[in-house]
Design a protein around this ligand. Sequence first.
Ligand code: PMP
Length: 442
Amino acid sequence: MTTLDRVGALSVNGFDASSTVGLSTRTLDLVERRRRVLGPAYHLMYESPLELVRGEGAYVYDADGTRYLDMYNNVASVGHCHPRVVDAVTRQMSRINTHTRYLHEAVIGYAEDLVGTFPENLSTAMFTCTGSEANDLALRIARHATGRQGIIVTESAYHGGTVDVAACSPSMGPASVRDAEWVRTVPAPDAYRVDGDPGTWFAEKVQAQIDDLVCSGVGFAALMVDSIFASDGILPEPTPFLKPAADVVHAAGGLLIADEVQPGFGRLGASMWGFERHGLLPDIVTMGKPMGNGMPIAGLVMQSSLAESFGRDLRYFNTFGGNPVTVAAAQAVLDVIRDEELVANSASMGSRMLTGLRGLAPGIDSIGDIRGAGLFVGVEFIGPVGEPDPAEALRVVNAMKERGVLISATGLYGNTLKIRPPLTIESGDVDLFLDMFAAVVA
Ligand code: PMP
């Protein structure tokens, strides 16, 4: 691969099955059985795949008992096996777990609590099991509301795996998007590589694709965007760079779908939701991953007028989405975020990490940029003339793993480290990460 090849974000840091030197007999056996029965579409992470059997707080343990600091897994956002989540799920599972066509006070109470974390206009919630389903439903609602089909996403976006949402996920590979004449892509507003103001620049790109959708007769329904641009390389600054694009979308009569699957639930430190950093109001917000700390719950919060008109014409049923057990997990997560002041912890630990990384960077030519918001941090590696250096990012990812710290890489070129620890992380953990990082990049 040349350094300028674009990589699918989901294959960054993928295990290469043709290189199995040094793997234990047990790992080899599991890799082969997995490949045989699950097929090749599933990827594993790291040069030497991990078999994780236990987790506690910010740490996970493999089958040999080796401990790793988990700086990557943003699903277990309040920490692996948080006792309040475990207890809430266990109690509800031993009482009742039904589908969602019965009344259940806790489900309604959670929805009320959740919409209470949003600006007033965003006041109706719907629940699904996965972020993909949430985005899929968001597309249906946006198309129903506008009567048009066209969707704009960024060129290395990942929004999920249903047929329509996979077509909105160019990072899964070109075949994912190829036949969808209703999808348009725009380059991400990368402040490190774009000359001038990334907000105006991005809004112009969005406007051009809106015009193209209109001209081609497809029409423009929505811009779907992850407000931290996780798979585009983590783009946190300079806020409010998303606002001009939101204005362009609304002026064209389209909807803004904020995919908060990655930045939501306090991850960015400044606020509960990533879009709030940009001073804008989305029409639909989707969420998932950290929502149930590992239980499969995801969903949407939207302007109630959208839910009303969709519900007048269409029914929605999801057997498992928002059932009492997953909602018990989600309620515990929300309670823990508030009681343990995790949004503030995300801000302070994130800033400790950024300060530490920036202190190390001056002596290291391969580091081009360090950026982050709260506990979502990216470190971009470059070659001698500033070109993306994915090989160095991959080397650092695997070397960190050998030292007991889990991270990964992301972005259009796969040259940016993706660092996303649990929001409960403490200063000692951040310092351990920084020590290991210093040793690896030295
Ligand atoms: N949107 C974003 C931004 C994501 O990162 C993901 C998952 N990586 C999804 C949607 C899809 O979520 P799920 O895997 O729960 O379907």
